[in-house]
Write a protein that binds this ligand. Structure first.
Ligand SMILES: C[S@@+](CC[C@H](N)C(=O)[O-])C[C@H]1O[C@@H](n2cnc3c(N)ncnc32)[C@H](O)[C@@H]1O
Length: 192
């Protein structure tokens, strides 16, 4: 299935079941050495890549796994410059390790916790990349934000909007002053 989001992002979704060489749509198997759960098979993922790309893709292929390199804004910036990416998702016990070693260029974790499958991690990666693409954000709004170089990797300063006072909770006076020098200074002092 293909979805074009704006003119910058072309998403294609594939199910391993569409291209599995195994009967009855099988894609996973019991772990060697025993234990609970099912493991995504290497031949199934190789068949999917062959079918979609006609062989190993020339671009980065990323396995989404808790054992992967932690996704950070720095990694997102790096990935947002790639013309093409393939994200591989798994479920149950995860990937046969040979998928990660031989069919992938990278593996990423979206955080130190375990989700039931890679669908949400894939969406997290796509969303984080998509908002860095040209035209996704109004000018400037993606430049000064948490984890950006402009803030030295720190967390953004607090924001406020109308009303200026609510239940006695006041917006800092400096932000109402119209004095951009003071406002910039206040914001610098309040990065976290
Ligand atoms: C239940 S998890 C597998 C957990 C694995 N047995 C372990 O102990 O690390 C199933 C799949 O969900 C995805 N997944 C779960 N948590 C993730 C995370 N934090 N980051 C990226 N992918 C994750 C991966 O595709 C993973 O193979």
């Amino acid at each position: 299935m293909a979805t074009v989001v704006g003119s910058e992002l072309d998403l294609r979704l594939f199910s391993y079941r569409e291209t599995t060489p195994l009967r009855s749509g099988q894609i996973d198997d019991e772990p060697y050495g025993g234990g609970a759960g099912m493991v995504l098979r290497v031949d199934v993922v190789a068949a999917a890549l062959d079918s979609v790309y006609g062989g190993p893709p020339a671009h980065r292929v990323i396995a989404l796994t808790p054992q992967g390199r932690q996704l950070t804004q720095e990694v997102v910036e790096e990935l947002s410059h790639e013309e093409h990416l393939t994200l591989l998702s798994s479920r149950f016990e995860g990937f046969d390790e040979r998928i990660i070693e031989h069919l992938c260029t990278d593996s990423h974790s979206i955080g130190p916790y375990v989700l039931s499958n890679g669908d949400l991690p894939a969406m997290v990666v796509i969303d984080a990349i998509a908002r860095r693409l040209p035209g996704a954000l109004s000018e400037g709004s993606g430049e000064i934000e948490s984890f950006s170089d402009e803030l030295g990797g720190a967390l953004e300063f607090p924001h406020f909007t109308r009303p200026a006072e609510f239940r006695g909770w006041q917006v800092p006076e400096v932000l109402l002053s119209g004095d951009h020098g003071r406002i910039d200074l206040w914001r610098k002092e309040h990065v976290r």
